[in-house]
Design a protein around this ligand. Sequence first.
Ligand code: SAH
Length: 343
Amino acid sequence: MHLKYFIRLIKENTILKQEITDILYDDSKNEELFKKADKLRKENVGDEVHLRGLIEFSNICKQQCKYCGLRSPNKNIQRYRILKDEILEYAKSAVDMGFKTIVLQSGEDEYYDVDRMTEIIKEIKKLDVALTLSIGEKTYDEYSEYKKAGADRYLLRIETTDENLYKKMHPNMSLDNRKRCLDDLKKLNYEVGTGCLVGLPEQSIESLADDILFFKEIDADMIGIGPFIPHPDTPLKDAFSDNFVLSLKVMALTRIILPDINIPATTAMETLNPNGRIIALNSGANVVMPNVTSKEYRKKYEIYPNKICTNEDPTRCNSCIRNKIKSIGRTISDSYGFRKKNI
Ligand code: SAH
């Protein structure tokens, strides 16, 4: 199928799963696809790249996601929790380095109850930044309390929309509850980020097309696409792991279908390809999320192996990524980086 025809279908709002599937199967027009996504990125969100300062504040998790190194049955990981004052130190130094968004991410750690979490949110919001949470599945009331305390955005990847695969990958969890969470977050007026893993064992190309259509259906404000990378201390340790190009294609298609959203060049992409984030920024992405915690924690937040920059400190990471972004002729945004929706 020709890409121009595909774009016309999107404009007419008649895009079908079959067309997306065809493009995902056909590798002969990949360069054309990436160029088109890059062009639409430029036309819709411009040359500015938004930097989000990521604080991975706890690797303790009650869940058992089969692919994730933080899963509770993994005993080969040294667990840590960063408490409020230290989180605030990282947030302050990120603000000093020029970050306009702080992202708080963790495993599903019940130590951070509503009281503790809202305290942290309120303190960070005093720093005049946008705040994103990525702390997993919660109740409507919990999400509501975080919003009232000042959180602006929430990241919760759907991971996969394939019901059977979802069940296999997430013991004791359900796709319905994941969708309920995203629905609640939308109702509460968060900017909502979601996304999927690409290359999970038994994941079909057809289901990736469904994932992309799901992003459109819920009109997500941000989409993070990550290649699945097998972790040696998980049940999926022997799985196939060369998912870089496929994840880039899913990302580029997402840009074409939702042209005005924010799309990060994910750390997992750079883990699989030494130039992964720059390639992603040239294929539809407009956001980068550098880690702003110190290296003692980075190695321990091992959702997958060989994560990049685990030996770096925040200042170095910050200047390194800024230089990379400038080297491809892009600029660093000094706005909060909310989605500006096309009408
Ligand atoms: N507990 C939070 C944050 C999860 S970690 C939540 O549930 O949203 C952030 C993301 O890392 C996950 O959404 C998942 O897509 C990704 N991830 C986990 N294990 C991975 C692996 N082995 N390879 C690549 N990405 C992985």
